[in-house]
Design a protein around this ligand. Structure first.
Ligand code: GRF
Length: 200
């Protein structure tokens, strides 16, 4: 299968999947990194792995509609089987979400449907939950609202601050995202209404 990534920053989840492709765990080709930030560290990771980069600098567009149109054009042109949002910090517009329905996934650093949106780890600390984690889910028109594929949990410890919790969750993200990508690439995922069914 052909996989494209969208990332805005550090790209450690992108790297986690690159590593599993390189070691043969995931049978796929990463065909593109799309980023809205021309200085994203993820670009360096793509370069080291000969992955083509499509930098669509949000700031260089006159309007959100123009940016969205260019993003959609590039995504269609790449023609991947799976699009992975890994720290892509913008809400996709509804047309784009609809266009790739069932073949676009996102990783979120909380156990959805709790703590959607930005600063999920901070939200979890402030709420005082004892368990948090990460969720890999399909992308739909909403924010962090699509069908859930996998969740990994971690404890929230008494002395945790946002950073400590984020670090613990991130380790699970680096396991959960490649696991979900592998399942998708092996055609083991199907959706019934909003429930995901994973074949053994
Ligand atoms: C991760 O915590 C991910 O869950 C969230 O953004 C962060 C991206 O980290 N959506 P990285 O860029 O993959 O290192």
């Amino acid at each position: 299968k052909k996989i494209a990534f969208l990332a805005s920053g550090r790209g450690s989840n992108f790297q986690a999947v690159i590593d599993r492709v390189n070691d043969g765990t995931i049978n796929a080709e990463i065909v593109a990194l799309i980023t809205d930030k021309p200085d994203a560290y993820a670009i360096k990771r793509a370069g080291e792995n000969n992955i083509p980069v499509f930098a669509i600098d949000f700031k260089s567009f006159g309007s959100r509609d123009d940016y969205n149109a260019e993003l959609l054009r590039v995504m269609k042109e790449i023609n991947a089987d799976l699009y992975v949002l890994a720290g892509y910090m913008r809400l996709l517009d509804p047309d784009t979400a609809a266009c790739f329905s069932g073949r676009m996934i996102n990783i979120h650093p909380a156990l959805l449907p709790s703590f959607k949106g930005l600063n999920a780890q901070k939200q979890a600390i402030e709420y005082g939950v004892r368990i948090s984690g990460c969720t890999v889910h399909f992308v739909d028109e909403g924010m962090d609202s699509g069908a859930i594929i996998l969740q990994h949990s971690v404890p929230v410890l008494d002395n945790d601050d946002e950073m400590a919790l984020a670090d613990r969750i991130l380790k699970e993200e680096h396991a959960a995202l490649p696991e979900a990508v592998k399942l998708f690439c092996e055609d083991k995922i199907s959706i019934s209404k909003r429930r995901v069914i994973i074949k053994e």
